[in-house]
Design a protein around this ligand. Structure first.
Ligand code: SF4
Length: 249
């Protein structure tokens, strides 16, 4: 007992006290900043593997971006990535970052369904569905509840059964084979329920977007409550996105 207490004392607090203002050490690509400097637009578009860059004005779609960094490496005078990890939103249009834009990406309170604040602000149980995922976003969702990020302190947890859940979290580009299991899982969650897409693959199909092996009709059939970009998404992006969606500021 005494030895265990000594270990706890020496380890100190391992959790991040303030997940809204934590700094990410090392290399991390978050919200991009695009300058108004003129560059060869076609050449810029051509470096992007997912067609995330469009022109007039130069815009990056964070729902398609894999955060590979190639555009910033080849056009450093035009594009750079900040370490701003608060890039989740419920408004798909807000994932489009245009040149000259320096504002943060936020949840749009005007389109949050009222029952989300009313019912889920203190407790949110989620069922995760990996719909053809590569296990990267799944790892980060797992990490969101580890001792450092400790998402469960906010009442947000994953549950095994969709019948115990308030919503589903989808990762992966939604392969044809996973379309039906995803639908079955969604149907098993009691109303009212939310849908969260985590990662580039889930939001747009990512590098698989044009594959005939995908069936993304689910994302067109239902309104999406939260888009959490990243490839994979960072735990701080995940946690802040869910907090911003469920809690009024
Ligand atoms: S970082 Fe994003 S926008 Fe830039 S090349 Fe990679 S996928 Fe395209």
């Amino acid at each position: 007992m005494f030895d265990n207490l000594k270990i706890l004392y020496h380890q100190g607090k391992q959790f991040i006290p303030d997940v809204t203002n934590a700094r990410i050490p090392g290399i991390f690509r978050g919200r991009p900043v695009i300058t108004t400097t003129k560059v060869d637009g076609q050449a810029l578009m051509d470096v992007c593997p997912t067609n995330a860059i469009t022109l007039n004005p130069v815009t990056i779609d964070l729902g398609k971006c894999t955060f590979c960094g190639e555009c910033a490496r080849l056009f450093p005078e035009k594009i750079s990535f900040t370490n701003d990890y608060r890039i989740s939103t419920n408004d798909r249009q807000r994932l489009l970052v245009s040149e000259g834009q320096t504002t943060q990406i936020e949840v749009n309170p005007a389109i949050v369904r009222p029952e989300i604040h009313r019912l889920f602000k203190r407790s949110l149980k989620l069922r995760q569905v990996s719909a053809g995922g590569d296990n990267s976003c799944e790892w980060e969702l797992n990490a969101s509840n580890n001792v450092q990020f400790d998402m469960s302190r906010f009442g947000i947890e994953f549950v095994a059964s969709p019948r115990h859940a308030d919503g589903i979290v989808i990762t992966g580009p939604i392969s044809e084979n996973m379309a039906e299991p995803l639908q079955i899982c969604y149907d098993a969650v009691p109303d009212p329920k939310i849908i969260v897409l985590v990662g580039t693959d889930a939001i747009s199909g990512g590098i698989y977007a044009d594959s005939p092996a995908l069936d993304r009709s689910f994302t067109e059939k239902y309104p999406i409550d939260l888009f959490i970009p990243g490839n994979p998404a960072h735990p701080l992006t995940i946690i802040n996105g869910l907090l911003d969606l469920t809690r009024k500021k």
